[in-house]
Design a protein around this ligand. Structure first.
Ligand code: ATP
Length: 259
């Protein structure tokens, strides 16, 4: 792989819920226009980590962050950072599809309306662009005014991806985006992830190791020891992590002997 440009540089990141440390001193570069998978056993801090990347983790109450996360040359934890803009530039898709109880069109247009004043024609264009980007346009183009809640689970998840794409993010964070989907819907989302990396940088948390090998270019393996504090054990090209891991703990996990 040539041309590795970091989109996000995580430096010695530690994270606490109240006084409980959830992750310790994670450092890693997330490369632009590649897919990075975060894998590891339950409770090792994968979701916590991904949520620190756009400061969604701050919505969890009293939390403390140490270290830094550089995005576009700035520490995102700097007091001058505009959090709304940060979350538009680093969008997020969650485990369970969470469409708003409104029409398909309004779901996609929502964030754009908040971010800037747009004409109806501009909004129409963005909605079409985002739904096409999320490979959902053909299925919904004739029912844009219908409730999003009438869509299947897989369609709802692609709608949530379209909603994130509508505000033209540079990075998309996906926290187990397929865990509530059937195999066919999962395959569609995986194909989508593959094609989206032309335009975007993607970070995906997954429990499914086959999925990590199918969709990602790089993999970070997180784990905990007896302290129960999450740490990054190993990071590398996905092929290397799965075929020739350097750390014994990674080897045990990817071979299914642990976790
Ligand atoms: N909102 C919260 N408040 C307090 N502790 C939390 C909170 N969310 C997570 N934790 C704790 O932080 C640690 C890491 O949790 P996290 O959900 O990030 O792990 P994970 O690797 O994503 O787990 P899983 O694979 O089960 O989703 C756990 O010990 C968890 O109990």
């Amino acid at each position: 792989m040539s041309n590795l440009i970091p989109a996000i540089k995580v430096k010695s990141l530690s994270f606490y819920y109240g006084t409980a440390k959830a992750i310790e001193k994670v450092s890693l570069d997330i490369y632009k226009n590649y897919v990075t998978a975060i894998i590891g056993p339950s409770g090792c801090g994968k979701s916590t980590f991904i949520k620190t990347l756009n400061r969604i983790s701050e919505l969890e109450g009293k939390v403390t962050v140490e270290g830094s996360i550089e995005f576009l040359g700035q520490n995102i934890y700097d007091a001058r950072v505009n959090i709304n803009r940060l979350r538009r530039e680093i969008g997020m898709v969650f485990q369970k599809p969470n469409p708003f109880p409104m029409s398909i069109y309004e779901n996609v247009a929502y964030g754009v309306r908040i971010a800037n004043r747009s004409s109806k024609a501009e909004l129409d264009e963005v909605v079409e662009f985002a739904l096409k980007g999320a490979a959902l346009w053909d299925e919904v183009k004739d029912k844009l005014d219908k409730s999003a809640l009438g869509l299947s689970g897989g369609q709802q998840q692609r709608l949530c991806i379209a909603r994130a794409l509508a505000v033209k993010p540079k990075v998309l964070l996906m926290d187990e985006p397929c865990s509530a989907l059937d195999p066919i819907a999962t395959m569609k989302v995986e194909e989508l992830i593959h094609s989206l990396r032309q335009e975007l940088t993607i970070v995906i948390v997954t429990h499914n190791m086959q999925q990590a090998t199918r969709v990602s270019d790089f993999t970070a393996f997180f784990s905990t020891d007896e302290t129960r504090i999450g740490q990054m054990v190993e990071f590398g090209a996905t092929e290397q992590i799965f075929s020739n891991p350097l750390d014994e703990r990674t080897r045990d996990y990817v071979s299914g002997r642990f976790g």
